[in-house]
Design a protein around this ligand. Structure first.
Ligand code: SF4
Ligand code: SF4
Length: 169
C-alpha cells in the first residue's frame, strides 16, 4: 500500500462522510431488500481490497473514538493476560452502558498506545477483532450499525462506497 493512496482515501472519508451521509444511509437501508448472500459476497470482496490499501496503524480512529464492548469471555481472557481478576478488571476498565452492555470506561481506549498499537492485541475483545464488520456475510442485515461505522471508520466508508457503485452499476 502507498502512503499517498492511503492519505487520499482518508481525506475523502474526512471530507465526504457527513456530506454523503444521506445517500450512504439510503443505500444501506435498501440492502435488506436485495439477495443477502449476494450482498455478503460483494462486501467481503470490497473489504479485502480496501484493507489491502489501508493500514489501521495509521488511523486507530475506532480505538480513539468508540469504547470497546466486552463480553464475559473477553473479561476473563484479558484479566488473565493482565494478571488481575475479572472483578478488578471490570472495576478499573469498564462501565455498564444504557443497554446493560459492558463497555470501555474511556476514549481513547485505555489500551491504545501512542503509536496506535494495542497493548492487549493478542487478547483484545471480540468486538475489536471483528470491527468494522465488513467481512460478515450477513452485512445487509444491519444498516444502522453499518452506517455508524462509515462515520467512524475510513475503511468502512470506502467499502460501502465501492459496494454502492457495484450494486448500482
Ligand atoms: S477506524 Fe477502521 S481503518 Fe481506522 S483503525 Fe479502525 S478499523 Fe482500521
Ligand atoms: S482494546 Fe485494543 S483494539 Fe480494542 S479499542 Fe482498545 S486499543 Fe483498540
Amino acid at each position: 500500500m502507498s502512503d499517498k493512496k492511503q492519505s487520499i482515501l482518508i481525506d475523502d472519508w474526512k471530507n465526504n462522510r457527513i456530506r454523503q451521509s444521506d445517500q450512504t444511509k439510503e443505500f444501506l437501508y435498501s440492502l435488506p431488500d436485495l439477495d443477502h448472500q449476494e450482498v455478503g459476497k460483494m462486501v467481503v470482496e470490497q473489504h479485502e481490497k480496501v484493507f489491502s490499501e489501508m493500514d489501521c496503524l495509521d488511523c486507530a480512529n475506532c480505538c480513539k473514538t468508540t469504547p470497546p464492548i466486552y463480553t464475559n469471555k473477553d473479561v476473563k481472557r484479558i484479566a488473565a493476560f493482565l494478571k488481575t481478576t475479572p472483578k478488578q478488571f471490570k472495576r478499573q476498565y469498564t462501565i455498564e452502558d444504557v443497554n446493560g452492555e459492558l463497555i470501555g470506561i474511556k476514549v481513547p481506549c485505555s489500551f491504545l498506545n501512542e503509536d496506535n498499537t494495542c497493548s492487549i492485541y493478542e487478547v483484545r475483545p471480540l468486538a475489536c477483532r471483528t470491527y468494522p464488520h465488513t467481512d460478515d456475510p450477513a452485512f445487509a442485515e444491519r444498516p444502522e450499525l453499518n452506517f455508524n461505522n462509515t462515520i467512524v471508520c475510513p475503511a468502512a466508508y470506502h467499502i460501502v462506497k465501492r459496494l454502492r457503485s457495484k450494486v448500482n452499476g
